[in-house]
Design a protein around this ligand. Structure first.
Ligand code: SF4
Length: 93
């Protein structure tokens, strides 16, 4: 027989979009801080990875360790990999 916590976790898991259920289960099982952070950020952002990437909540304690960090454009990657000068119109960081 399931205890109350298991019932709540099972119910919550059913409410989560399917692709994120495995990570959620790993987070609530314990033992993985990165899974917990990822699951928390995903819940916070309504399961929208791009919302986490664009998160502006710099005062959030998880901000500096949030998953799905800034994705770089191909031009930015090329500049990093091959030390190319910035392309006109692209931001130089
Ligand atoms: S870092 Fe952003 S997405 Fe993650 S928990 Fe904080 S506010 Fe939410």
């Amino acid at each position: 027989m399931e205890n109350l916590a298991e019932k709540k976790i099972s119910k919550r898991t059913g409410e989560i979009p399917e692709p994120y259920r495995k990570g959620y289960k790993k987070a609530v099982k314990g033992g993985s801080k990165s899974a917990a952070i990822k699951a928390f950020c995903l819940e916070c952002s309504m399961w929208q990875e791009n919302e986490i990437t664009g998160c502006k909540a710099v005062t959030c304690p998880l901000y500096s360790v949030r998953p799905f960090g800034k994705r770089r454009s191909l031009a930015e990657l090329a500049m990093t990999l091959f030390r190319m000068p910035p392309i006109k119109g692209e931001k130089d960081e």
